[in-house]
Ligand binder design. Sequence first.
Ligand code: NI
Length: 147
Amino acid sequence: MSAKKKNVKLTRFGVSVPEDLIESFDAYIRERGYSNRSEAIRDLIRERLVARDWEREMMGKEVAGTITYVYDHHKRELVDEIIDIQHEYGEVVLVSQHVHLDHSNCLETVIVKGDPLSLKDLTYKLKALKGIKHCTLATTTTGKDIS
Ligand code: NI
């Protein structure tokens, strides 16, 4: 939806962002062909809202998925925290797999099944841990309702 077509009232707001983050973001918006940061940020906001709507729609249903994360295994307390969180979500965690990427980086995938909100919560808890470098959830169907 373009502001020009519908004469949408726009609100300006200021955001403080670390320099390296905005540099990466500027590179991203150039790659995607955005003419300015505002349009790129509007699209990101829309994407998040659509994702939230999907989560609400899926509430109470069952989906399968994979959580993948990379972390520094030298942070020993982090390993304990990861295991604690996996136990806390024992009802949705089916299996986890650990790979040593290099001397200090480990990659784990956790295959999960359950309601989408639990899968999201688990992902956010892992993502929030200090030392987790990247964490992502990919959801898919359990296959039950698809022939
Ligand atoms: Ni490892």
